[in-house]
Design a protein around this ligand. Sequence first.
Ligand code: GRF
Length: 208
Amino acid sequence: MLKVAVLVSGGGTNLQALIDALRDGKIRDSEIVRVISSKADAYALKRAEAAGIETAVVSRKDHKDDREYGEALLKALDDSGAELIVLAGFLTILPETIVRKYENRIINIHPSLIPSFSGPGYYGLRVHEEAIRRGVKVSGATVHFVDEGCDSGPIILQKAVYLKKDDTPEILQKRIMEEAEWQLLPKAVDLIATGKVSIKEGIVEIDE
Ligand code: GRF
């Protein structure tokens, strides 16, 4: 059983996709041992509670500096026994100590086809605003391992979503979630849990 901790900050629809996929057997050999939120009022916490999953809140503003915050978050992760950390709409930069300690065991979902519309400043609606402004015909989502950079770790899975003429950032965001994110993230966890993912010289290989 792969022990998974999920880090959230907001609505938690990606967390819900994981919970549903576990229930339906689409993610094998895994359990979510703890959901950790950077915000006390994140709706994602309600989703976790409804599914009977242990929750914790570790917020930067409740700690006097980055070091103390990093220690608290690391402790919350270590205490959960997590072997895989999933960032599912987690809006705080992960402290480097955690990235190093959990090297190749942290994954993130990003709402574009990396390397397009990724890196510093590209989060939330901004990603989709820029995609529409640039006039790309296809965007999508990416699940990747987290390294010390921003959206720069090895790519695990990607799925394309076509833009439509009347797309607004909100409409595109929703379609990318429905058509790509909610499928890719559970799939990535299942592939990792079943031992199908390896990294060779920064490139992910999937043995399906
Ligand atoms: C998603 O768009 C995800 O790609 C991004 O943050 C959003 C989280 O949404 N990293 P939710 O909290 O899972 O509903």
